[in-house]
Design a protein around this ligand. Structure first.
Ligand SMILES: *[C@@H]1O[C@H](CO)[C@@H](O)[C@H](O)[C@H]1NC(C)=O
Ligand SMILES: *[C@@H]1O[C@H](CO)[C@@H](O)[C@H](O)[C@H]1NC(C)=O
Ligand SMILES: *[C@@H]1O[C@H](CO)[C@@H](O)[C@H](O)[C@H]1NC(C)=O
Ligand SMILES: *[C@@H]1O[C@H](CO)[C@@H](O)[C@H](O)[C@H]1NC(C)=O
Ligand SMILES: *[C@@H]1O[C@H](CO)[C@@H](O)[C@H](O)[C@H]1NC(C)=O
Length: 233
C-alpha cells in the first residue's frame, strides 16, 4: 500500500513539472516567433563545402529581415586555430544600397549584393591552411544592434573523393553468390527429389517416410530406408 501511495505522489510531481515544462515551451516559442521577425543570417541549407586546393570557393551568406534594414553592419571572420581573423566588413546603410566593402585578405572578393540580400564572398586559390570555420556576422541598427551570425565550414582536399563502391560491390557479389548457390542447391534438391520420387513411385512406403527423403543426400536412399524401416513419426 505504501509503495502505491509513493508512486501516486511521484506521478503527481511529474505532472507538475510537466506543467512547468509546458510554460517554458510556450515562452521559448514566443521568443522564437519574435526572433523570426527580426534579422536572420544564413549560409543556406548546406553548412560546409569540400574544395580542391588551388580552386576558388564561394562562401555563401544571406540575410533577411521582416522589419527592414537600416545600417546593417556585416563582416566575415575566419576561425584560424582559435583566433578570429577578420576578412572583410561593411555597412549597408539602407535597403538596396550597395555597401563599400573593406577587404583585409589578399584572396577574398566580395560578390554579394544588397539587392539580393546577399553578402557572400569568394575565396581564391584555396590552400590547405584555409580549411576551417568561416563566420558570417550581421547586426541591424533597426534591431537595437542584436548580433546574428552563421558559420560555414570549408574542407580543403587534394582531390575530390570518388565514392568508393568497392566494398558495396564485394558485399553484393558475395550475397548474390550465396543466394545463387542456395537457389542452385534448392533446384538440384528439387530435381533429385522429383527423380527419386519417380524412381520410388512403386514403393509408396518409402515415399511417405521422411527418413527416406532425408537420406537422399547420402546417395543411398533405398538402402538406408530399407535398413531403418521405422519412420520418425
Ligand atoms: C594541391 O596540393 C597537392 C599536394 O600538396 C599539390 O601537388 C597540387 O599541386 C596542389 N594543387 C594546386 C592546384 O595547387
Ligand atoms: C594551434 O595553436 C596551438 C597553440 O596555440 C598550437 O600548439 C598548434 O600547433 C596550432 N595548430 C595549428 C594547426 O596551427
Ligand atoms: C590565383 O593564382 C593564380 C595563379 O597562381 C594567379 O594568377 C592569381 O592572381 C591568383 N588569384 C588571387 C586572387 O590571388
Ligand atoms: C550570392 O551571390 C553569388 C555571386 O553572385 C551567387 O553565386 C550566389 O548564388 C548568391 N547567393 C544567394 C543566396 O543568392
Ligand atoms: C555583439 O558583438 C559585438 C562584437 O562584434 C560584441 O562587442 C557585443 O557585446 C555583442 N552584443 C551582444 C548583445 O551579444
Amino acid at each position: 500500500m505504501e509503495l502505491q501511495q509513493g508512486r501516486r505522489s511521484s506521478q503527481h510531481r511529474c505532472a507538475r513539472s510537466g506543467d512547468t515544462l509546458h510554460a517554458g515551451l510556450v515562452v521559448t516559442l514566443l521568443i522564437g516567433v519574435w526572433y523570426a521577425q527580426a534579422l536572420e543570417v544564413t549560409t543556406g541549407k548546406v553548412h560546409f563545402v569540400e574544395v580542391l586546393n588551388g580552386s576558388s570557393v564561394l562562401l555563401p551568406c544571406s540575410y533577411s529581415s521582416c522589419i527592414g534594414i537600416k545600417k546593417l553592419y556585416f563582416n566575415w571572420h575566419f576561425k584560424d586555430n582559435g583566433t578570429m581573423v577578420k576578412l572583410c566588413e561593411a555597412t549597408i546603410t539602407a535597403e538596396g544600397v550597395e555597401p563599400r566593402v573593406m577587404i583585409y585578405h589578399m584572396r577574398v572578393e566580395f560578390v554579394g549584393s544588397s539587392k539580393q540580400n546577399n553578402i557572400s564572398i569568394l575565396l581564391h586559390n584555396v590552400t590547405f591552411e584555409d580549411q576551417g570555420e568561416y563566420i558570417c556576422f550581421a547586426r541591424n541598427f533597426k534591431e537595437k544592434d542584436r548580433n546574428h551570425s552563421a558559420t560555414y565550414t570549408l574542407y580543403v582536399v587534394e582531390e575530390l573523393k570518388v565514392v568508393d563502391n568497392t566494398l558495396t560491390l564485394i558485399i553484393v557479389s558475395v550475397l548474390g553468390g550465396v543466394i545463387g548457390l542456395i537457389i542452385l542447391i534448392m533446384v538440384i534438391k528439387a530435381i533429385v527429389q522429383t527423380v527419386l520420387s519417380k524412381v520410388q513411385e512403386k514403393n509408396k512406403e518409402c515415399l511417405v517416410s521422411s527418413t527416406g527423403n532425408d537420406n537422399t543426400e547420402n546417395g543411398l536412399p533405398a538402402s538406408k530406408a530399407d535398413s531403418k524401416p521405422t519412420p520418425k513419426a
